[in-house]
Design a protein around this ligand. Sequence first.
Ligand SMILES: *Cc1c(COP(=O)(O)O)cnc(C)c1O
Length: 365
Amino acid sequence: MEDRSIQVNLCTSRKEKPKSDELQFGRTFTDHMFVMDYSEPAGWHDPRIVPYQKLEIDPSAMVFHYGQSVFEGLKAYKTSAGEPQLFRPEKNLKRINHSNDRLCIPQIEEEFALRAIQQLVELEKDWIPEAKGTSLYIRPFVISTEPYIGVAPSRHYKFMIILSPVGQYYKEGINPVKIAVENQYVRTVRGGTGEAKTGGNYAASLKAQELVSDSGFAQVLWLDGVEKKYIEEVGSMNVFFKIDGEIVTPALNGSILEGVTRNSVIALLNHWNIPVNERRISMEELRQAHKDGLLEEAFGSGTAAVISPIGQLTWEGEDMQVNNFTTGPVAKKLYDTLTGIQYGRVEDPFNWIVPVGSQVYSKAQ
Ligand SMILES: *Cc1c(COP(=O)(O)O)cnc(C)c1O
C-alpha cells in the first residue's frame, strides 16, 4: 500500500469547550478536522488534519448544483476509565462506500478512513464530554468540488471528517413520541437513493416533517413510494414493531437505509432468542394488530437516539396508542444494552467496540 501518512497542522489557540449540560446537537465543532482531496488521475491524495476552518469552494462546484454528496454519522464514547471508543465504525465506512457507489463518487479505502477517524478523535479526545449519555458525534462526508455546471459525475471531491460534542438525546431516560403516518409525500422510492446516505433524501423529507411538527408530532412514518401501503422508516430512523410476541421490521427493499443500529438490534434479538422477522409490513396490518390488541411495542432505531419508542401513531385521522404511551420492555432492554456496550458498562459479546487508541490504528494499517 502506498504511504498515506496524515499530515498534521495543529491550531494555535483552542476553542472553549461547551459545558456538558448545555450541549446541543450539531452546533459546536472541535478544533481540528480531517480533509483529503480527490482529482483525476491522482486519486485520493493529501490526507491532512488541519485547524477547523471555512472552505474556499468555487461557486460552480458541482455539489451546489446537483447535490452529489454523501455523509455518515457515528459517535465516540468515553468509558468510565476515560478511554474513547467507537461502535462498529467499519460498518459506517462500508456504508459510505455503498453510498459513494450509488452517487458515482470514487471509493475510499475503508481501513485508511478508520485510521483517519481514530487519529482525529485521539487528537480531540478532550472534546468527548463525560456526563451520562453524552458523546462526540463524528461526521464524515464527501462533496463534489469540480467547478463545472454540466450534469456528469464530478472529477474532483473532498472527503472530510468533522466532530461535534453532543448531549444526551433524552433528558430523562427514553420517552415515547407521537408519529404521523405520511400519506402524501415520500422520502424516496425503490431504485432511487433511499439506500444511500445522501443529503438529497433529507432535503426531500423536510416538507412532510415541517407540516406535522406544528401538530405536535415528533416525526413522520414513511410509507413506500410506489403503493403507499408498506411501512419503510420513521423520520431518519429504521422502525421496529412488536406484534403478538414477534418483533418485525421492514425488509431492506432498495429504498430503506440499512442502519448500523438496526443491524445491531437484530443481532441482539437473535442473541436473546427473541423472534425477529424482516418482512413487508402494511399500515393495514398494523391497524388490525392494534385493533386486536396485538400491537405491543413500536420504536425507531438510529445512532442519534439509539432507540426511540413510539407512543402513538396517527393514520387517516385515527390515533393508535402503543403500550399506553409508555416505553415497552423490549425497547428498554435494547436501549440499555446498546448504550451499555457503547459506554463500556456491559459486556460486548460481538466485538462491536473499537478503541480509538494507537494500537488499533496500527492494526488497521
Ligand atoms: C442514518 C439513517 C438511519 C440510521 O442509521 P444508523 O446507522 O443506525 O444511525 C436510518 N434511516 C435513515 C434514512 C438514515 O439516514
